[in-house]
Design a protein around this ligand. Sequence first.
Ligand code: NAD
Length: 238
Amino acid sequence: MRKILISGGSRGIGAACVRAFCAAGDAVAFLYRENDEAAAAVAAQTGAVAIRADITDRRAVDAALEQVREALGEIDVLVNCAGIGQIKLFTDLTDGDWHRMLDTHLSGAFYLCRALIPAMIRRGGGRIVNVGSMWGKTGASCEVHYSTAKAGLRGMTMALAKELGPSNITVNCIEPGLIDTEMNAALDEQTRSALCEETPLCRIGTPEDVAVAVMFFASEQASFITGQMLGVDGGYAI
Ligand code: NAD
């Protein structure tokens, strides 16, 4: 049975990944930041282990990983999915906005990868799947810090893929387009339909659309694919 760790599994795309891996018979643990009720509901529904930890805090990550190891043992597949969104003019961004964004998407992935990779190397392989964004490829107005963080994940994906290939660890990145989750709850109807109109497949994506792609990169069948970015965006970023 594969052991899977997913950051940001309490809702949205991460929760869809938890459900998909559990349905495939894998043993799953997930991290989340604050909504105990949502996390408990996902855990009860799937049998996954929910652990509350802020991934921007390295000590909290280390403590959470102790719990993960107690519950599951060493991890075969890491999915870096936890994330936050914020829409703000670049010139209005505070130091806090900037650091929170980079710490969540980049430092969080860094802490988790650094802690889990040694055991993957010892065990002869593993899979890392990062969840980026199409905005990391194209850039989004009023989301410069978010776009910067997601572009950083592209670099991390490619560089880590090169470094870890000889250890039989693949590293890939999913780049979703607009997906129907609570992260986008603040978007008004006009913006949502404008984004739909610009999407060749003419719809907003579902968390399950993204989970399918995560499952593929994590699968045995994808063993010769590494360092790749895969858009799950209905064709928006073509
Ligand atoms: P969401 O807001 O529904 O869920 C975010 C999850 O991340 C939650 O479980 C939350 O607890 C967790 N999280 C946030 N900060 C954390 C922290 N510091 N420590 C631990 N956990 C933390 O978001 P979503 O829409 O499901 O997005 C998931 C990922 O997909 C994010 O990385 C996001 O940037 C990316 N993404 C989303 C969309 C979209 O349209 N929804 C598009 C492209 C990329």
